[in-house]
Design a protein around this ligand. Structure first.
Ligand code: FES
Length: 143
């Protein structure tokens, strides 16, 4: 079972086996049982991009989630779960080209949630206009 912002009780930690992800600065929180989220074919399975796509949260991903751009750049603000995958060399090389790189920088398509827990990530400011205006239409949705 999964829930979105309207149903997540933020006054309590997530139940055992659950993953809770908050996307800042919007504060949009989603929660789902670890291992149950379907793969949305964007980035690595269980990456933050995969989570965002599953819940209709816009996280730019110009290369389609194959570690060939930096548009999915995020900052990991909190990781109190079993963790997030270590960055591999190709991700680190790509991150060197990212604007506003910080010690907690990751590529949203490559950073994979590896266990239940609470995660907070921030989408850098140069990506926020898209977020505040909502997820853009894909070609198949245009009329
Ligand atoms: Fe291009 Fe993540 S979407 S590197």
């Amino acid at each position: 079972m999964s829930t979105d912002n309207n149903e997540v009780d933020l006054s309590k930690p997530p139940a055992e086996g659950m993953v809770r992800v908050t996307f800042m600065p919007e504060g949009k929180t989603v929660e789902f049982e670890y291992g149950t989220m379907p793969y949305d074919h964007h980035g690595k399975p269980m990456s933050f991009l995969d989570v965002a796509e599953n819940y209709g949260i816009f996280l730019d991903h110009a290369c389609g989630g194959v570690c060939a751009c930096t548009t999915c750049h995020i900052w990991v603000v909190k990781d109190s779960g079993k963790g997030i995958s270590e960055a591999e060399d190709d991700e680190l090389d790509r991150l060197d080209m990212a604007a506003d790189q910080q010690l907690n920088s990751r590529l949203g398509c490559q950073a994979v949630i590896t266990g239940p827990g609470t995660y907070v990530v921030e989408i850098p400011s140069w990506n926020r206009n898209y977020v505040s205006e909502g997820k853009p239409l894909t070609l198949s949705q245009e009329k």
